[in-house]
Design a protein around this ligand. Structure first.
Ligand code: ZN
Length: 216
C-alpha cells in the first residue's frame, strides 16, 4: 500500500500563512489609530481580499498538483487534470471582516488587539480556502475517480472536538460533503482526497471516532 505523507504540504501551508499574517500586520500598522473605524474599513476593503488571494493561490496550485500525484500514486488509469478551486470572493471576505470588526467600524467600545487576533484567524482560514476547495471540487469532478475526501487534523496540536468528529468521517458524496467543508478560524486540518490503495500517514479514522465518542 502506498503511503501519502503530508509534512511537506503542511510546511508550505504554514509558510504561506506566516507570510500572509506578516503582511496583515504591516497593513494593520498602516492604520495609525486602530480605533478609527473608517480608516480601518477603507484599508481592509482595499487590500485584504488581494492579500488573501495572493497567498491562497499558490496553495491551491499545490493542492491541484498533489491531487494528480496522489491519483497516480494510487495507479488510477487515464489522464486527469486537476482544476483550481474558486478563490474566496472579495465581497465575502469584506463581509466577514466587517462582521468581525463591527464595533470598531461603528466607533463603539472595542478592543483593537482582540479584533486583530480575530482578523488573523479569518485571514488564515481564507488563505486556506481555495486549496481546500481545489481538493473537494476535484474529488467530485468527472473522471477524477477519487472515492471521497477526509479531514486530517494537525499532528501534535490540540484539535477541537468539532474537527475530531469530522476527521472520523469519509465524505464520499457531494451531499454529505457540506459538513466536511466547514472550517473554523485557526483550523489547520488538511483536506485530502481518498484513492484506493493509498494510505494517509498518521491518519487513523477509527481512532478519531473513538476520541470523539470519548468526548476527547
Ligand atoms: Zn480543524
Amino acid at each position: 500500500m502506498a503511503v501519502l505523507e503530508l509534512a511537506v504540504d503542511r510546511q508550505f501551508q504554514s509558510m504561506l500563512i506566516a507570510e500572509a499574517l506578516r503582511d496583515l500586520g504591516a497593513l494593520w500598522a498602516m492604520v495609525s489609530d486602530p480605533t478609527d473605524g473608517k480608516t480601518v474599513k477603507a484599508v481592509l476593503t482595499e487590500y485584504l481580499p488581494t492579500l488573501i488571494q495572493t497567498y491562497g493561490e499558490p496553495l491551491a496550485v499545490q493542492a491541484a498538483e498533489r491531487f494528480e500525484e496522489i491519483r497516480s500514486l494510487a495507479g488510477v488509469s487515464g489522464r486527469y487534470t486537476a482544476v483550481l478551486g474558486t478563490a474566496p470572493e472579495a465581497d465575502r471576505i469584506n463581509a466577514h471582516a466587517g462582521r468581525l470588526l463591527e464595533p470598531i467600524f461603528r466607533g463603539v467600545d472595542s478592543n483593537p488587539d482582540e479584533a486583530f487576533r480575530n482578523l488573523e484567524g479569518l485571514t488564515s482560514r481564507m488563505v486556506l480556502e481555495q486549496s481546500r476547495r481545489t481538493t473537494t471540487e476535484n474529488t467530485f469532478a468527472r473522471g477524477s475517480k477519487s472515492s471521497g475526501f477526509v479531514r486530517v487534523p494537525s499532528p501534535g496540536k490540540d484539535n477541537c472536538s468539532f474537527c475530531v468528529m469530522l476527521a472520523s468521517k469519509t465524505f464520499s458524496t457531494k451531499q454529505n460533503a457540506r459538513a466536511g467543508t466547514r472550517f473554523h478560524n485557526k483550523c489547520f486540518c488538511k483536506v485530502t482526497p481518498l484513492f484506493e490503495g493509498v494510505e494517509i500517514e498518521g491518519y487513523d479514522q477509527d481512532e478519531y471516532f473513538r476520541l470523539y465518542q470519548e468526548g476527547l
